[in-house]
Design a protein around this ligand. Sequence first.
Ligand code: FPP
Length: 246
Amino acid sequence: MESQAHSIIEEPAGAPPRHVAIIMDGNGRWAKREGKIRAAGHRQGAEAVREAIEGALQNGVEYLTLYAFSSENWNRPEEEVRDLMGLLKLYLNREVKTMHKQNVRLRVIGRKDRLSSDIQQMITKAEEHTKDNTRLTLVIALSYGSRDEIIDAAKALAQEVEAGALKVDEIDEDRFTAFLSTKGLPDPDMIIRTSGEQRLSNFLLWQAAYSEFLFLDILWPDFTKETFAEAVSEYQGRDRRYGLRP
Ligand code: FPP
């Protein structure tokens, strides 16, 4: 398995984050500010996704996780959900080729079974097509909720115990993380949220145990690769201690 939080301790101070996760917030407010409909905000948000990927590539970040649609987002008005799903399809259709050329591997986490079957197929195809790429792993969280994920892991572990394949005493962090949808990914070193809100909103609750948080006052559609570079610099100036003494 790839490294979890412990191994990050050995990283030299000042190194760029290996894994950046972003809560992309503020599309609606951006649309309002610009006098446009919400869907236009989401469309501009998809442009900012490109900027974030470019920023990750330029700054040597190995993993980029984007919170694109939460399990709670299903409760938004039907029309907005439809717009977001349409945008996602458009994005997958248009961007997977570019991603592949840029040596980017795509992975989707979340309750994929709630997505329409055509989107599920597109995801499977894109993941398969890019699976051997090594420069950047782009993780898109879709229909994702961290509590769902933790409950699923707890159920899977309980089933192993019930089947006699695992003893309760054998359950430790490594066994637990192996049942999370982020299996094989290092924990995020930095979690960014745009739009001035300072909440985790059911995103990577387990994985965020030692993450650095960066709350930006800009709206997501205004996010650029320069913003990404500034965030990396800010991270490099942080002193990560993981509960150890200064
Ligand atoms: C939050 O803004 C954003 C979302 C719920 C959707 C995020 C989607 C994108 C950035 C575009 C599509 C993504 C991909 C990967 C193609 P909000 O609507 O909650 O904004 P508000 O709080 O200002 O109303």
